[in-house]
Design a protein around this ligand. Structure first.
Ligand SMILES: [Zn+2]
Ligand SMILES: [Zn+2]
Length: 241
């Protein structure tokens, strides 16, 4: 699982992959990326999770994990007795990441990460997953990032955030508009980054604006297509690639 925004547990259930939870990778601590971190673990456990889950992300991930388990202690204690579940606490193993480089490796996947640029978040990460059949990179939230280009070199799939500048939130010249422009990537630049990295497929994701005002798939595609000649996908919930 990469990031845990609002509703992620429900969507995992809908996708039929809830019971396969093994690792959680958090790109950065904004609520649209971590709000359901604890809920995901709690609901997976309630759905019969009995095996360890390693979680990865910037500090204070360990403290967040500890505090969430503490907050849920009353429920956990009752369920352990009532429903005969193994204690959740020892199953969750947080790992804090402060710099780019190797993250973890097992038989199925090698994971690496890079620091990206998402002010004012102190540590924001992009992740790369090299699997036997293909390599996939997630940008997380970032302004155009050379570190990300390096991380994504030659990947099969780059999932990149995208901002539609003509409909960017906040009035022109406002602090909100400046923050959005400084910390995100226009859909045109997402196309440029995909070209520089030499990826095969660009998946646009994390749309700003999300819905209001609406931006059509064609408008998203057009922005990236001007700068990237590979396959471009407008990423949507529950999509399989
Ligand atoms: Zn963010
Ligand atoms: Zn975000």
């Amino acid at each position: 699982m990469i990031d845990c925004g609002d509703g992620v547990a429900r969507q995992m259930m809908a996708a039929g992959v809830f019971r396969t939870l093994r690792h959680v990778f958090i790109t950065h601590h904004h609520s649209d990326h971590n709000a359901d971190y604890g809920t995901l673990l709690l609901l997976a456990w309630g759905d019969d999770l009995k095996t360890p889950v390693d979680t990865w992300g910037p500090p204070p991930l360990s403290r967040m994990t500890k505090l969430f388990l503490e907050m849920s202690a009353a429920d956990l204690a009752v369920r352990e007795k009532d429903e005969g579940r193994p204690p959740l606490r020892p199953l969750v193993r947080p790992h804090e990441i402060r710099r780019g480089g190797a993250v973890m490796k097992d038989d199925l996947v090698t994971v690496t990460c890079a620091l990206v640029n998402h002010p004012l978040v102190p540590i924001a990460l992009a992740y790369r997953f090299d699997c036997p059949d293909r390599s996939i990179v997630f940008s997380g939230d970032t302004a155009p990032s050379d570190n990300l280009v390096a991380l994504a070199k030659g990947a099969d799939v780059l999932v990149h955030e995208a901002l539609y500048v003509p409909a960017a939130p906040g009035a022109p010249g406002s602090a909100l508009r400046k923050h959005i422009m400084d910390s995100h990537t226009s859909v045109e630049d997402a196309g440029r980054i995909a070209t520089r990295a030499g990826v095969k497929t660009l998946v646009l994701s994390h749309f700003v604006p999300a819905e209001n005002p609406p931006v059509s798939d064609e408008q998203w595609l057009e922005g990236a297509r001007a700068h990237f000649s590979g396959r471009i996908v407008v990423g949507r919930d529950l999509m399989e690639l």
